[in-house]
Design a protein around this ligand. Sequence first.
Ligand code: SF4
Length: 330
Amino acid sequence: MLRPSGASLTATRQPSARADRLRHAGSDARGLRHAESGEGGLRHAELIGWWASERRDLPWRRTRDPWLVLVSEVMLQQTQVDRVLPYFETFAEHWPTPQRCAQAELAEVLAAWQGLGYPRRARNLWRTAAIITEHHDGGVPADLDDLLALPGVGPYTARAVQAFAFGIDTGVVDTNVGRILARWTGRRLAPREAQRIADDVVPEGESWAWNQAMMDLGAQVCTKRDPNCARCPVQPWCAWAGEVLGSEPSGQPDPADRSAGASSRQPPFEGSDRQARGRLLAALSTIDIERAGAASAMDLERDEARAQRLVDELIAEGLITSEGDQLRLG
Ligand code: SF4
């Protein structure tokens, strides 16, 4: 059973009948706005007010440059903020514009990405830089369809760029926000519904602050395992708060489990293909390797067939090239 950490339960407001209405209203995306008509402004003020004092200072929040926002959002896909920080600084320093990135060798970009994981993201960014340079006059597009047409840019990343670079009123549904929306409405959400609700609750003209606040709320308060409803600024409007704070929890499963946007369990990294591929790419970032030596570089000496399969996959994905017997990055 989920339990709040921190403050005393007796000091908190108990979720009201309003939260119960919201749970039902949530079956219609418009419900979040209209069932709470007149209180939406209060909800926005509470969340943004909380965020003003609790916000995390992150380098990609100090810029509205669309390219740097895009770079940060691609890096943050499937990777923790703390790990992204040094990589973002390095990338921004070396390739501050799409044009500069497009002029670089793919091998350079892949080498700078070493250790961050999921190197297809680096290849996609490099390809995206070329597309932006050639087809968008060097500027990241603001249009949703144009963004979605870029390699490696999905619904989350596209909307993050719209909100954080261009200030467009759209909901950004990452892992944290997906979890909040499910708990807020009290039920598991399908992807389109979660997006509709996320769009609907964005206060007009405050997309940047609202979406940043939602993400920080999920990272710091409405965490996956230990939601701290006692200090949550949106507790009065949250259906799930009653389950966490109430004296007689119903025992219902967490609505965020398998809800849209909320994270699913990652397969173990140790012994995975990802780990082996990462080892080969790390080795190739310093020296070319003969194909016969790939299994050793991947620590797969006793599974040569698997090693060769992984080499073929990396070649097919454009992450390494093969010239004769030599493998090289990019
Ligand atoms: S009240 Fe609790 S469950 Fe609801 S959004 Fe806040 S922390 Fe999450």
